[in-house]
Design a protein around this ligand. Structure first.
Ligand SMILES: Cc1cc2nc3c(=O)[nH]c(=O)nc-3n(C[C@H](O)[C@H](O)[C@H](O)COP(=O)(O)OP(=O)(O)OC[C@H]3O[C@@H](n4cnc5c(N)ncnc54)[C@H](O)[C@@H]3O)c2cc1C
Length: 456
């Protein structure tokens, strides 16, 4: 594989007295304020090995930063070594073998753009600035999940630095137990330096679903969406969001501060007249739309469409739950809880419909165990810095109110705070096997700044 040239191969170490230290310890969530004792900004696998060995020699904990987007800010730790992979972001496509190799600091857009050069794509997420590493290791839900599964389902191989500082290749043939564990087990097992993913022909144009409805029609829309999803084809994946619109100049004034429902998605199958009628049109008629920009769009453009909605370094709180179904009781509870958030500066509730290939993978085939839920609920709220408890209290009571409707009390670990009960519930029957693999490869729990699988 031809690799993008890397100008420098040797990274930098930032100590607390360095002028760039405070910039380098920042992560996406502006609420996170942690102080590592050293930040290793790696530019090569050798740098990563050195960072792990240094942490071992100094008996320091390790946190790993890919794109720094985890809501809990697990990429940065207090007092330990922060291994920052963001400068290792080269991507190389092997179009004959339909494989892409991406260094672990790549963002989704680094991969999308290189792969689309060949008319190819691998399932990633829906905001292009997100890091591939955390997303892939914890699941990875994008608009190709119905057709081609989660990002973790498409990992073919990784290169990894273990807790003892050894550089290894992990795939179906080499270290198969680790290969099982990293597909959903997060950053518990080592520092991934690069991933190889499966590619598929996608685009360059796809059919983008982009409809905005009035929140007043929420009940009807959610019920209709649930009926639609019962027979939705794999070619379509749909995300719904409930949010209050900002007073942005690109929006008509009558929509400023209005609570709306947006439906976004992607259809990648052949678009016959019949498919337009049966697969696309129902999504445009869940109620009377306020806006509808559904139509052909480049894959890259659709993958970047939500980027402006999620600025960096805003203080955020968030939680998530997988759901069994969208029944009447849940819909009414969900809307009641959302309406209680009126005093918060910004709240977004997202419901991602889960179906198709991602749910056909047996729950014990990878560490990622959630293969039977029908929806993923994600809640994000901006924390008002003058009264943060208002946000935390609302989030906690929201979570408790929806918990009885959840799929086995499980959450998307990439979108929830660190909590050992949530971790255990989410791994379900895979948890004991994960613990054994953790004991084998990281007995001292060096990699603990994550949804931690404790070996003991
Ligand atoms: C704006 C936004 C949009 C999002 N959209 C989506 C989406 O559409 N679909 C989706 O599935 N998720 C989405 N997410 C959630 C996303 O999956 C997580 O935030 C994920 O952690 C991002 O990966 P990262 O590398 O940026 O995270 P980081 O915060 O850098 O890392 C999170 C954790 O991953 C592990 N990790 C990171 N790099 C490595 C490595 N090289 N080796 C070993 N472990 C590592 C570590 O444990 C680290 O603590 C979104 C998040 C945000 C903030």
């Amino acid at each position: 594989m031809e690799k993008k040239a890397q100008a420098e191969k040797s990274g930098h170490i930032y100590l607390p007295n360095h002028e760039a230290y405070h910039e380098k310890r920042k992560v996406w969530n502006g609420w996170i304020d942690r102080y590592p004792s050293a930040i290793f900004e790696c530019k090569s696998e050798e740098d990563v090995v050195s960072a792990v060995k240094y942490a071992n020699e100094q008996d320091l904990e390790i946190s790993i930063k890919g794109g720094g987007h985890h809501i809990a800010g697990t990429a940065v730790c207090d007092g330990g070594v922060m291994i920052d992979m963001s400068k290792m972001n080269a991507v190389a496509v092997d179009s004959d073998r339909l494989l892409v190799e991406a260094e672990a600091g790549a963002t989704l857009s680094d991969i999308d753009e290189e792969a689309q050069f060949y008319g190819l794509a691998t399932p990633t997420g829906t905001v292009s600035e997100t890091g591939i590493a955390g997303l892939a290791l914890g699941g990875g839900f994008g608009y190709l999940r119905g057709k081609y599964g989660l990002t973790c389902d498409n990992i073919v191989s990784v290169r990894m630095v273990t807790a003892s500082g050894e550089l290894i290749t992990v795939n179906e043939a080499e270290y198969p137990d680790l290969f099982w564990a990293i597909r959903g087990g997060g950053g518990n097992f080592g520092v991934i330096t690069s991933f190889t993913f499966q590619l598929y022909p996608v685009g360059p144009e796809v059919f983008g679903i982009d409809v905005m409805y009035d929140y007043n029609d929420a009940t009807e829309i959610l019920k209709e969406l649930d009926v639609y999803m019962q027979d939705a084809p794999d070619d379509i994946s749909i995300n719904l969001a409930i949010l209050q619109l900002p007073p942005a100049p690109f929006l008509p004034e009558d929509l400023h501060h209005k609570r709306v429902i947006t439906l976004s998605g992607m259809y990648i199958g052949p678009l016959t007249t019949e498919k337009k009628e049966t697969v696309i049109q129902p999504l445009r008629e869940l109620a009377v739309p306020l806006m509808d920009q559904t139509g052909m769009v480049s894959y890259i453009e659709l993958q970047k469409k939500l980027d402006p909605m999620v600025p960096d370094h805003v203080p955020m709180d968030g939680t998530s739950l997988f759901l069994n179904e969208l029944n009447d009781a849940l819909i009414s509870e969900l809307l009641e809880q959302i309406e209680k958030s009126n005093e918060l500066p910004m709240v977004m509730a997202q419901l991602w419909a889960l179906h198709g290939e991602m749910n056909r993978v047996p729950a014990d085939e990878t560490a990622f165990a959630i293969r039977g839920a029908r929806y993923l609920l994600l809640i994000d709220a901006e924390i008002p810095t003058d009264e943060p408890s208002k946000c935390f209290n609302w989030m906690d009571q929201f979570y408790e109110a929806i918990l009885p409707f959840s799929y086995r009390h499980s959450s998307y670990l990439n979108g929830v705070k660190v909590d050992p009960i949530i971790t255990k519930n989410t791994y379900g029957n895979n948890f004991e096997k994960l613990k054994k693999i953790k004991q084998k490869y990281d007995p001292k729990n060096k990699f603990r700044h994550n949804h931690n699988i404790k070996s003991e």
